[in-house]
Design a protein around this ligand. Structure first.
Ligand code: ADP
Length: 766
């Protein structure tokens, strides 16, 4: 039996690196379907093959094959046959030598990538300095998931049954179009046995039923919000932006609980209503994609909205990808990679919590989904709403300079008010030791507030952005710090599981009884607090309180997270000890006290955005207090009460913080007043890495307005046995940073044993 090309291709697969390879055996079976043309070449297809090549390649389009841009093809590459995407065409000159041009082997019947998406993908590949084939391969990854087998149904063959009964006649009268077994039996009013017996006799035959995917359509008028006055004013301004029918970036800037979500959902409805073909994307940080948000969308639009994030099933992944490509899926809510779905016509992109660090993709092609969302909106002439209570300095500066429209919501909805914020100077008021001499982490002042809150029957959130029990385990005999093998990273003690875990590489081991370095017995001590240790302290100080940890360890999946959220909402928990897993998006009406255990934690990394990130995270966390009717209080424990971040938080003076932060960035010409790129070189062989890094430094182009720092050992200088070096490139805003980096890297050949990652607009400096 000869397979069709499509079958041969679905029998093939992706190799380990994720590149598409054809199974040679199946391919030869499919040879009868292949196009082989000896005719003169009249059309050249530009094909991006899904392999690490710098440019699109030319292939002759065989006579009889009708192709368009955005179609998926199989083409020869060296001795292999690989998958590619057609991005355009050229007509050869009459005297052009085409003897070396190979021919497209086959056209695949995967959904055509709409032009707007194809252009965006190619642009994004260039922006991130990723080979286009590698980038596109990532974008069409969902297509590697095999389609669900089509359902089968029955049709008449034309044969007459040997014996005709009333029941059989009913089937003959009904099976005029292909129908599934159950449907046919039901419609004919017979048992399924009658149908299968007729098939055995050759009167009916099985056929694949045509598959028509049904995507529930969001109804913009299902349950419109009743906006308050300032929300209605914000909505009107958004409508004015939408009415421009052109690229319109908007910063929707409003305090937590002011109703930004309510407002942007009305814009989503406006766009869906105004143009029946328009599609809308709502981007959320992965962590915020909770049942609560999804439930809210469903309540507003009357259907379950298509989701796109790490935890959706493979079947859904392919279904949604195809639905977006065909335009049938009109509303998607997703994490950053949802930006690369094959939209036909995007009318609106919302980037909620636009300042959130999880919009930066840190592996593979490194991109920032917020920045790329703005570019996508520009390509499509669409509205893009960036929403936040603590915008990134980048977006705020764009708003201040008038490059973005700036819509503000300054009041919480209803009678909810922002909490009072107090600083506790830990130098003046350090926590006292416990009755058994144990170290404590909560100062007596905070403990007093917790007690008062418990007495009122209200809830407390203690925030510490550190999983596990203790961030460091060391030997008190020899001083050895427990680290991950061949990695510059401490092992974090998780007492709940009795393990030491590397949060960087995932390595874990049972906590040993003796020091692996000096062999001393019971000498390993835990240094510093994580949420589990705070839980221990809370249990010993407030034994009557019901306390729970809310972190990715205690809520590894949506169900456990939903269940904990429900317990908190139902007042079954008095004290929640949380990492940032709980800092966002939830409204707990009875939560009136937020205690920040270590407000200085985020400042310690010392990178460019340490202060900004700390401010944003703490503003979010303190904003959890008093969201409904009861007034709230937030208490920050800090050793640096004079730091501008702490001062701004205490006085709720966001503008002062941004002014300070903005000034220090401007002086250094760092983003948003300049642009950055990081080059990260890694190799097993440290000498080779050092030598090549020095050589690379010799080739730094001398360009005005661009500075290069490095090579320097990365702060994480060794990970999984790989040594790491970094360069940092800083360019004035009017310089072409990508061109500079490409030009530099092209000047010297890199040994294969050295891996290079280019990170445009880096957020991680480790
Ligand atoms: P934000 O996105 O700014 O944090 P939300 O849109 O989540 O604010 O609103 C905060 C809370 O107030 C939510 O529980 C929301 O349902 C409620 N809320 C906001 N605006 C309204 C409104 N106009 N009518 C009813 N409830 C509202």
């Amino acid at each position: 039996m000869a397979l069709s090309v499509c079958e041969a291709v679905s029998a093939s697969g992706y190799d380990k690196a994720g590149d598409f390879v054809l199974d040679a055996k199946t391919m030869s079976l499919a040879a009868s379907d292949l196009f082989e043309s000896t005719e003169k070449v009249t059309l050249i297809a530009k094909v991006v093959v899904l392999a690490p090549m710098a440019e699109a390649l030319d292939y002759a389009v065989p006579a009889g094959m009708v192709l368009q841009a955005g179609e998926h093809v199989i083409v020869p590459l060296g001795h292999a046959k690989v998958r590619g995407l057609v991005i355009g065409f050229e007509t050869p000159e009459p005297d052009e030598d085409l003897s070396r041009v190979k021919t497209v082997v086959a056209r695949l019947d995967d959904p055509i990538v709409p032009e707007a998406s194809l252009n965006f993908w190619l642009w994004a590949a260039g922006w991130t300095l990723t080979p286009p084939g590698v980038f596109l391969n990532g974008c069409i990854r969902a297509l590697k998931i095999p389609r669900a087998a089509p359902k089968q149904g029955y049709v008449l063959t034309g044969e007459q049954p040997a014996r005709l009964t009333k029941a059989r006649q009913a089937v003959l009268d009904t099976a005029l179009v292909p129908m599934g077994l159950g449907d046919l039996a039901l419609a004919a009013g017979v048992s399924t046995g009658v149908v299968t017996a007729l098939e055995k006799e050759g009167v009916l035959q099985k056929v694949d039923l045509a598959r028509e995917e049904v995507y529930p359509q969001p109804d913009p008028d299902f349950a419109p919000a009743r906006l308050n006055d300032s929300q209605a004013a914000a909505h009107q301004l958004l409508q004015m932006e939408q009415a421009k029918h052109a690229f319109a970036p908007v910063l929707l800037d409003g305090v937590t609980g002011s109703g930004k979500t309510e407002v942007y959902l009305e814009s989503v409805a406006d766009v869906l209503r105004a143009d029946p073909e328009a599609q809308v994307l709502i981007l959320l940080p992965e962590i915020a994609l909770t049942q609560a948000v999804l439930g809210r969308l469903e309540a507003r639009f009357g259907v379950e909205v298509a989701q796109w994030h790490a935890n959706i099933s493979n079947g859904n992944r392919r279904r949604i990808w195809e639905g977006v490509a065909s335009g049938k899926v009109r509303l998607v809510v997703g994490a950053r990679s949802a930006l690369f779905l094959p939209y036909r016509r995007l009318g609106l992109i919302v980037v909620d919590e636009e300042h959130d660090g999880s919009y930066k993709q840190e592996e593979g092609a490194r991109y920032h989904a917020r920045d790329l969302a703005v570019f996508r909106a520009r390509l499509d002439g669409a509205l893009v709403i960036l929403a936040s209570a603590t915008p990134s300095l980048e977006s705020l500066t764009n708003a201040e300079k008038g490059r973005y429209a700036w819509i503000r919501l300054e009041q919480r909805h209803g009678t909810a008010v922002l909490p009072d914020i107090a600083l506790i100077d830990m130098k003046a008021h350090p926590p006292e030791k416990g009755p058994n001499g144990e170290t404590r982490w909560l100062s007596d002042r905070l403990a007093g507030d917790i007690l008062a809150t418990l007495k009122r029957g209200e809830q407390t959130l203690l925030f510490l952005n550190r999983r596990g029990y203790a961030p460091l385990v060391l030997c008190k005999a020899c001083g050895e710090k427990m680290t991950s093998p061949k990695t510059d990273s401490w092992l974090v003690e998780h007492r709940a599981s009795g393990r030491l875990v590397c949060h960087l590489t995932g390595f874990s081991m049972r906590k040993p009884k003796t020091c692996p370095h000096c062999g001393a017995q019971d000498s390993l001590i835990s240094v510093g607090p994580g949420v589990e240790r705070i839980l221990e302290e809370v249990r010993s100080r407030f034994p009557e309180a019901r306390a729970e940890v809310f972190s990715s360890d205690t809520t590894p999946d949506a169900a456990s997270s939903a269940s904990l959220i429900k317990r908190i909402e139902d007042n079954e928990v008095d004290i929640v000890i949380a990492t940032q897993a709980a800092a966002k998006g939830h409204n707990f009406p009875n939560l009136t006290l937020v205690g920040i255990v270590d407000a200085d934690l985020g400042l310690k990394g010392g990178d460019l955005r340490a202060a900004e990130r700390t401010f944003q995270l703490l503003a979010q966390a303190t904003g959890r207090a008093g969201r409904k009717l009861k007034p709230g209080k937030a208490v920050l424990q800090t050793y640096a009460p004079e730091h501008p971040v702490m001062q701004a938080l205490q006085h709720q003076d966001r503008d002062a913080f941004y002014a300070y932060e903005s000034m220090s960035r401007e002086v250094a010409k760092f983003p948003p007043y300049g642009r950055l790129a990081a080059l990260i070189l890694t190799a097993k062989d440290q000498n080779l890495l050092n030598k090549f890094s020095r050589e690379l430094a010799l080739f730094i182009p001398n360009t005005e307005g661009v500075d290069v720092y490095g090579p320097a050992d990365a702060p994480l200088a060794l990970v999984r046995g790989q040594w790491r070096k970094r360069f940092l490139v800083r360019a004035d805003r009017n310089r072409d940073l990508q061109a500079f980096v490409s030009h530099w890297l092209a000047a010297i050949k890199r040994p294969n044993a050295i891996r290079l990652v280019v990170d445009i607009d880096p957020y991680s400096f480790l």
